[in-house]
Design a protein around this ligand. Structure first.
Ligand SMILES: CC(C)(COP(=O)(O)OP(=O)(O)OC[C@H]1O[C@@H](n2cnc3c(N)ncnc32)[C@H](O)[C@@H]1OP(=O)(O)O)[C@@H](O)C(=O)NCCC(=O)NCCS
Length: 159
C-alpha cells in the first residue's frame, strides 16, 4: 500500500537508507524529515504487513518532477515496490502535471538503471565526479507521457 510520508515514518526511512546506500550517500534524519515535509505532496512510503519497506521523495522544480530519493528495503526488493514508488512520480507526467521526470544515479547502480531504463528514462547528462567518492553519475530524464502511462499501467506488485 502506498501512502504519503509522515513524520513518524522517518526512523524507518533512515533504516532503509542505512541498508541501501554507501555511508557518504546516506541522508540524515534531519534531511529526510525536511524532504518529506517540504515535498510532502509527492513523498510516499510503501507499507507491507504494517512495515514501511520503501520510500520515494519527488520535488516539483519549475514544472519538472525531480526524484530526490528512492529506496526499498533489501528484503523486499524485486517484488515491484520500486516500480510502484517510481510510478507516483511518473503519474505526474502521465497526467500532464509536469513536463518531465528527472533524477541522478551512480553509473554503477545497475538495479536502479534497469528500473529507470525499463520505464523509458534516457541519459541526458554525464555528471563527472558527481558523488563524494569521485564516481560519475548520470542525469536521466523521461518526458514522454505515453511511455510513463504505459509503464505504470503494467504495475505488478508481488507483495
Ligand atoms: C533501485 C530499487 C529502488 C529498485 O527497487 P525494487 O523494489 O527492487 O524494484 P522492482 O522490484 O520494482 O523492479 C522493477 C524493475 O527494475 C529492474 N530491477 C530491479 N532490481 C533489479 C536487479 N537487482 N537487477 C536487475 N534489474 C533489476 C527490473 O527491470 C525490474 O523489473 P522486473 O521485475 O519486471 O524485471 C532498489 O534496488 C533499491 O532500493 N536500491 C538501493 C537504493 C538505490 O540505489 N536507489 C536508487 C538511487 S538513484
Amino acid at each position: 500500500m502506498l501512502r504519503r510520508c509522515q513524520a513518524s515514518d522517518i526512523p524507518s526511512l533512515y533504516e532503509i537508507e542505512l541498508k541501501s546506500f554507501k555511508p557518504d550517500d546516506i541522508y540524515s534524519v534531519e534531511l529526510l524529515k525536511f524532504l518529506c515535509s517540504y515535498c510532502y505532496d509527492n513523498s510516499y512510503v510503501y507499507v507491507a504487513g504494517g512495515k514501511v519497506v520503501g520510500y520515494i521523495v519527488t520535488c516539483i522544480e519549475g514544472g519538472r518532477a525531480h526524484v530526490i530519493a528512492i529506496a526499498v528495503d533489501p528484503d523486499f526488493r524485486g517484488r515491484g515496490v520500486g516500480k510502484a514508488l517510481l510510478c507516483t512520480a511518473l503519474r505526474l507526467l502521465a497526467d500532464g502535471k509536469v513536463s518531465d521526470v528527472f533524477l541522478e544515479v551512480r553509473v554503477s547502480n545497475e538495479p536502479a538503471l534497469r528500473l529507470y531504463q525499463a520505464a523509458g528514462f534516457k541519459v541526458v547528462e554525464l555528471l563527472k565526479s558527481y558523488y563524494s567518492d569521485g564516481e560519475d553519475g548520470y542525469r536521466l530524464s523521461l518526458g514522454d507521457r505515453k511511455k510513463a502511462a504505459e509503464f505504470c499501467g503494467r504495475l505488478s506488485e508481488k507483495i
